[in-house]
Design a protein. Structure first.
Length: 163
């Protein structure tokens, strides 16, 4: 063999050794980078949830600084900055005042008494569908229904100010 071929063979072996060592190192660095960014994203998510929890509470003089912290956390972790006017408004009011809360969706239960053909029919209705039928004081059947009318009379969304 010629000296050039010998040198190329040695360089080839060195390249194989370096690649065998370099690949795990590079994979470890990439894995560390991905894991670090996932941990940061999870931490940011937890802080945003804490901040939202603080802003859901009614504002008081005692929690004003905590609300300012929560607004700063949201502003830092948001891709769109919060305008200064909204920041000052959030310190003094709850942004969730206009949202419909689940506890507000409790419709009123109405019971309408109607006559039945016989006492046996009344007993059968009450026995087979106790959540829908009940006994009225006058011997009639009480039919339960849900009244959603009051839920929609109160609007939780603020109307724009008229000019």
């Amino acid at each position: 063999m010629s000296p050039i071929n010998d040198r190329l063979e040695v360089l080839k072996q060195i390249a194989q050794i370096l690649s065998a060592v370099a690949i795990p190192v590079i994979l470890a660095l990439i894995g560390y980078s991905v894991q670090s960014s996932l941990a940061d994203a999870g931490l940011k998510k937890d802080y945003v949830q804490m901040a939202l929890g603080v802003l859901k509470e009614q504002p008081t003089k005692e929690n004003e600084q905590l609300r300012q912290w929560a607004i700063a956390v949201l502003d830092k972790n948001s891709p769109v900055t919060i305008p200064a006017s909204l920041k000052s408004q959030l310190v003094k009011s709850t942004p969730f005042d206009f949202w419909v809360r689940p506890e507000d969706f409790k419709p009123e239960v109405k019971i309408e008494c109607r006559p039945v053909p016989s006492a046996e029919v009344l007993e059968w209705l009450i026995e087979n569908e106790p959540t829908r039928y009940s006994r009225c004081p006058n011997g009639q059947v009480g039919i339960r229904s849900l009244d959603y009318g009051k839920l929609f009379k109160n609007s939780y969304v603020r109307a724009p100010a008229s000019k």
